[in-house]
Write a protein that binds this ligand. Sequence first.
Ligand code: ATP
Ligand code: MG
Length: 402
Amino acid sequence: MQYDHILIRFGEISTKGKNRKRFIDQLKKNIELKIKDFPKSIVEKTRDRIYIKLNGEPTDVMIERLKSIFGIHSFSLALKTSSEIEEIKKGALAAFQELDYKGKTFKVTARRVDKSFPLDTNELNYAVGSHILIHSEDLKVNVHQPDINIRVEVREEATYITCKDIFGVGGLPAGTSGKVMLMLSGGIDSPVAGYLSMKRGLDIEAVHFYSPPFTNERSKQKVIDLAQVLTKFGGLKKLHIVPFTKIQQTIQKQVPENYTLISTRRMMLRITDEIRNRGKGLAIVTGESLGQVASQTLESMYAINEVTSTPIIRPLISMDKPEIIEISKKIDTHDISIRPFEDCCTIFTPTTPKTRPKIEKVAYYESFVDFDSLIKEAVDGTEILTINGQTTASTIEIDELF
Ligand code: ATP
Ligand code: MG
């Protein structure tokens, strides 16, 4: 017996009313893109399921890929039969006997989407269950906590039999919630913040600030590599690299040392907001976590946030560092984040930054410089890279160094 389909279930999308069709269409597109190197497979959708018709394509790699697509609650290898009771019984038995079932318990869970099917759910459970029981040795029924649950979905066009559910990542399909700008440093936190916002269906453009010659090509490459890993989850297509040296040097000259950090963050936010405005995004995402460092006290965030009324999304705000690290390991950004390259902020970090900055003071210090022009210059000089999920030649080179 060979499974001929993968049956995909969505969780939350099913409750999204009018948007439902848009969500399912987008999820279908995202799946097609992810498995486009299996040319014989065909993705089909119905009102509440997506099916991949395998046409002989292997499933191991496909299963791994499906596990990282947002919007998939669970999926199963499935056997498609006609909706004739004898065919269903035969198919269910064949699928069941593929499993290591001896000494185990089982049950059948039937679902009748086609209400014209002659047996009701209980009768179908019984018919399929007794057929399996008669033809298999050393097996018992347990309807409460079975080791194996055979699901039979009877639909108008066909019946699908599945034996094992594989959990997906959940969330909403990439590209269904709008566009945001992710402030992506080379650290551990911001890639995790990017991942979590993509999980809710957001499309992301990443914005990175770099300060040559204080930060070098390797720090830039590190951020490119992080962005490449994040594309695996769908909604990241562009990386904006902002030249930040001039602004940082101006701040060093103009602003008292204990306020440079706050002022730097304010400028970063203003630039990101301008890039967002030009790219028609609706919010900004950061990797801030309350109280983690001086710039992330509530007072600091208040003083930084003052430069814009654009919504700022902070997915990590209440997380402890170990929780963030755990996610970064799961999504494969951790090992890139810990490469020892300088970030523009680490270099200019003051020894005693203000943890309770005053907005009036920082605004006063900034008022002596025409930052509007410097911001425009930085935005105009921003390099925009298209992120395609492919490993670049230079990535390989850097990987080999470690
Ligand atoms: P991360 O691990 O994400 O670097 P962090 O704990 O080091 O965060 P900060 O350095 O205070 O914290 O940065 C707070 C947030 O500001 C980051 O999560 C990121 O969103 C943004 N940020 C910091 N540095 C940069 C940068 N060079 N380019 C783009 N965004 C940045
Ligand atoms: Mg950082």
